[in-house]
Ligand binder design. Structure first.
Ligand code: ZN
Ligand code: ZN
Length: 440
């Protein structure tokens, strides 16, 4: 497998004298297998130079599998300039998470409407197909790709690509699920010691990878002011990748306000941290033009652990019960979820129990602090009953300390979302919880 970085910038393209080394184009990575299968990870402005290279050097006609992590601008803006789409005989298979408000085709067509672009999506001569993905295992071309939801204020998938006896994992636009990484009293540096289920699942998803490409937009100092924006730090990526036994870690989605000197400092700090952890992790900041050949592992091929090992399941319209004694927060959440789900509301734990006795929802969103029966007591009560023992329950809380997070998971919450959260972030987490629930 060969991996080449064509765009390493996050948020907005940043050309200029300050970014000549790490590059100013937004997210785009090309993965080519030994048999010539092409996977394009994201279509930020880096897709433009990639397209020129393909037109000049690739075997024609071109067949490209495009995998979009999500459809924020910095991941799709290069698509209208992806020249293979303008050539009859080429084929493009575009994959991405099922849209929250519109289909993948509609979202991509939206940025090519006449107001914004002279050629409409449906006028492109190449044969283009659209494939909406959810969490689970997929076959893309001849390649096995596992997809898992990331923590971002949009439905966003990370991809684990297994080909040629090697593994490359792409985890871009993701922020830590929890401010605390480790369970107090447990030995740091082990996957089982990770406090939040989401971070543990994230580490397991990259287990044993030859290369992980990970969001590291902020320094830890900057992140304190940018929580809920959906991006992470180098230290989170280094600690998780080291713990997961990853060989090489490429930090990417560089902040547009960081020039080459600043990114080089992040790289130096990341290397110092990786060395101090002594887990054998090689870390660097991705730069435009960086190309890596990944050799197959020596010896018998190790069985690759897969976090998202279940086949992808698509659900019909799900029902969600929202329990919160604050009428304003309740109204806000109900309004956000209503377009996608059948939403039922309760203003107390006691009322929620009565509603669940009448009809079990597909998922519950529960506030931690409520007058009377609080969220924790409600979760414990429902977990003890066989009919709701596996019901996905997402807890909302202002308590982000280690002891409270741990108590939440011990009580049986499926996901633990700390305030302040944004509504897009919450709806993405609800969607992820439902996507990994077996159909009833
Ligand atoms: Zn982005
Ligand atoms: Zn994004």
């Amino acid at each position: 497998m060969r991996v080449r970085f064509w765009g390493t910038r996050g948020s907005i393209a940043t050309p200029g004298p300050g970014t000549t080394h790490f590059g100013g184009n937004t997210s785009c990575v090309a993965v080519t297998t030994d048999s010539g299968e092409l996977l394009v990870l994201d279509c930020g402005t880096g897709a433009f130079p990639l397209a020129a290279d393909l037109m000049a050097h690739a075997v024609q006609p071109i067949h490209a599998n495009i995998l979009l992590g999500h459809t924020h601008w910095d991941h799709i803006q290069g698509f209208p300039f992806f020249s293979p789409a303008f050539v009859k005989g080429n084929t493009l298979a575009i994959h991405g998470p099922e849209g929250s408000h519109a289909s993948l085709h509609e979202v991509l067509a939206g940025q090519m409407e006449f107001t914004y672009f002279p050629v409409e999506l449906n006028q492109l001569p190449a044969a283009i197909s659209y494939h909406e993905l959810t969490e689970g295992i997929h076959t893309i071309g001849s390649v096995r790709v596992a997809a898992q939801f990331l923590n971002h204020p949009a439905r966003t998938l990370g991809y684990r690509i297994e080909a040629d006896g090697a593994v490359v994992v792409y985890l871009v636009d993701h922020e830590p699920f929890s401010g605390e990484l480790w369970r107090a009293g447990d030995e740091p540096g082990r996957i089982e010691s990770i406090l939040h289920d989401g971070d543990r699942r994230h580490a397991a998803f990259m287990a044993d990878a030859d290369l992980v490409i990970h969001d590291a937009q902020y320094t830890p100092e900057e992140y304190e002011l940018k929580k809920t924006w959906g991006h992470g730090t180098y230290d989170y990526a280094v600690r998780l990748a080291g713990t997961a036994g990853v060989r090489r870690l490429a930090l990417t989605h560089h902040d547009p306000s960081h020039d080459d000197r600043f990114v080089a400092q992040i790289e130096a700090r990341a290397r110092t941290l990786a060395l101090s952890l002594a887990q054998g992790l090689d870390v660097f900041c991705a730069f435009e033009g960086c190309e890596i050949a990944i050799e197959p592992r020596a010896g018998p091929e190790a069985p690759v652990p897969l976090a998202a090992a279940q086949p992808a399941v698509t659900h019909g319209r799900s029902s969600v019960l929202v329990v919160d004694d604050d009428p304003d927060v309740l109204a806000l959440i109900v309004r956000a979820l209503q377009p996608h789900y059948t939403v039922v509301r309760a203003t107390s734990g006691e009322q929620a129990l009565r509603l669940v006795a009448e009809s079990i929802p597909d998922l519950m969103v529960v506030d931690f602090k409520m007058a009377g029966m609080d969220g924790m007591a409600l979760v414990r009560t429902l977990r003890a009953r066989p009919e709701t023992a596996r019901l996905p329950m997402l807890m909302l809380t202002a308590m982000d300390d280690e002891a409270s997070t741990r108590a939440g998971f011990d009580a049986g919450v499926t996901d633990y979302v700390t305030k302040p959260f944004s509504i897009p972030q919450l709806t993405a987490r609800v969607h992820a919880c439902l996507a990994r629930t077996p159909a009833r």
